[in-house]
Design a binder for this molecule. Structure first.
Ligand code: NAD
Length: 477
């Protein structure tokens, strides 16, 4: 095993670089070996971060919006100027091949800037002869941001951009599996803001619960699994912290019989296997009409056999490893159980023996109640499910505790739109996959979340309404 240098990347607390006595190893999932150390924040360092953010809040809240936006734009430009360095680091810790890693890092810089195109309105609910009632949207205070490992950079920006733009200060925690790129971004952009406005701390499994229990936070914005989301909500209830929870999904794609299978197969394939299936909104159940089932199944299997899964740092890898050992074991367990129960598994190209690799795997028409259909695999496992009519497929697609996204594929846009309206999810794509924009809310239904991110509604989640009744004359004063 390679010798690890002391933590190369610093946390950002009160505008300064901070290291720690303890460290956590960061593993390259393509090798299964640690390659760097990240700081492990102590309870005192969390305290310092919250205190710094608390001190910085009044000044940042009162900073004119134009100046707050300018700071975010500068931060965006700095990230954009460091895309090659950040991309290489991203691939090493997250596993995703270079092209996809670059897309996330440069997309995050774009997102940060695009968020500044939004404006926080002042709503006027009455403007009569006697009075004017204005509803302002004011910041909450110190926000706690918690991020998962599958899209570590973009999802961090989804918290940094709206929290800071709305006038809050932030303490952000990346996943222990993917802390480095976020810490490095902190180093690069910390001077864009007054000290204490943006704090980034890393740590192990204890840090998240310590943060959500901390009384100094006015709000928690959390992205991760539904199980952890429930724990976050429970803890937040104790002192009524505001929460936004972006959680798991078991997203259905419905493929109608009128599609051109050859024309769309590749899009459908990418919509299921992007980031090796580790995306909250990839297709996790593909319902295919019986008339085209065999043809599309064979085409998807062919694509799986032709698609290279390997070390993301090596040219030619389309998809990388599973990001961490725990998730690797979970997906292996799911596949072993599916195999043991006699399901038909159609495997893709062979994968490297070293590292956390799993072949892209299609499951041929398993029963709806099999684990591989019911659970969010969060890996390269795609169950294909045969259906005969629209009412049946809508019922089956909605028969899940989750409600994040869904997709409908058909030449008949009117019918596809009618189906889209019947899906119990926060987002539905028609003839496309995995789309999101800085101006459109992403909001999970059912067990997929609470609240929303992005767009004006997402931005307003970092504010509270404050209604001011203003008389037209000062007669009574
Ligand atoms: P996870 O819930 O294990 O961890 C997410 C984050 O929470 C990590 O930073 C972790 O350290 C922290 N954490 C763990 N336990 C905690 C606790 N008790 N209190 C506070 N924080 C705690 O999730 P993961 O495995 O990192 O991510 C995968 C999951 O995230 C999947 O279910 C996926 O669908 C979901 N996800 C959802 C979205 C969305 O927008 N809805 C986006 C990406 C990922």
């Amino acid at each position: 095993m390679a010798t690890l240098a002391p933590a190369e990347f610093s946390m950002t607390i009160d505008g300064k670089a901070v290291t720690s006595a303890k460290t956590i190893p960061v593993i390259n999932p393509a090798t299964g070996e640690p390659f760097a150390l990240a700081p492990e924040a102590s309870a005192d360092q969390l305290e310092s971060a919250v205190e710094a953010a608390t001190r910085a809040f009044p000044g940042w809240r009162d900073t004119p919006m134009a100046e707050r936006k300018a700071a975010l734009i500068t931060a965006s430009d700095i990230i954009a100027a460091h895309v090659p360095e950040l991309t290489a680091l991203f691939t090493r810790e997250q596993g995703r091949p270079t092209e996809g890693a670059r897309a996330e890092v440069s997309g995050a810089a774009m997102w940060l800037k695009a968020t500044t195109l939004l404006d926080i309105p002042v709503d006027v609910t009455e403007d009569s002869e006697t009075r004017r009632i204005e509803v302002h949207h004011v910041p909450l205070g110190v926000v706690c941001g918690i991020v998962p490992w599958n899209f570590p950079v973009l999802l961090a920006i989804w918290k940094i951009a709206p929290a800071l733009m709305a006038g809050n200060t932030l303490v952000l925690k990346p996943s222990p599996f993917t802390p480095l790129t976020t810490l490095r971004i902190g180093e690069l952009i910390r001077d864009c803001f007054p000290a204490g406005v943006l704090n980034i701390i890393s740590g192990g499994d204890e840090l998240g619960p310590m943060m959500t229990a901390h009384k100094g936070f006015a709000k928690i914005t959390f992205t991760g699994s539904t199980a952890t989301g429930r724990r976050v909500m429970e803890t937040a209830a104790k002192d009524l912290k505001r929460i936004t929870l972006e959680l798991g999904g078991n997203d259905a794609a419905i493929i109608m019989p009128d599609v051109d299978v050859d024309a769309i197969a590749s899009e459908l394939f990418q919509g299921a296997f992007h980031n090796t299936g580790q995306v909250c909104v990839v297709t996790k159940r593909m319902f295919i009409h019986e008339d085209i089932y065999d043809q599309l199944r064979d085409r998807l299997h062919q694509l799986a056999k032709e698609t290279a899964v390997g070390d993301g740092a090596q040219q030619g890898s389309t998809y990388g490893p599973i990001q961490n050992a725990i998730q690797f074991a979970r997906v292996q367990d799911l596949l072993a159980e599916a195999r043991a129960s006699g399901l038909t598994m159609l495997e893709g190209a062979p994968v490297p023996k070293r590292g956390y690799f799993i072949p892209l795997t299609i499951v041929d028409n398993p029963p709806d109640n099999s684990r591989v259909v019911v659970e969010e695999a969060f890996g390269p496992v795609l169950p294909l499910l045969k259906f005969a009519d629209v009412d049946e497929v809508v019922r089956r697609a909605n028969d899940t505790e989750y409600g994040l996204s869904g997709a409908v594929w058909s030449k008949d846009i009117e019918q596809a739109t009618a189906i889209a309206h019947r899906l119990d999810t926060g987002t539905v794509w028609i003839n496309q996959n995995l789309q999101s924009t800085p101006f459109t809310p992403l909001a999970g239904a059912k067990q997929s979340g609470f609240g929303q991110e992005n767009g004006l509604p997402g931005l307003l989640e970092f504010t509270r309404p404050k209604s001011i009744y203003i008389p037209k004359s000062g007669a009574l004063a």
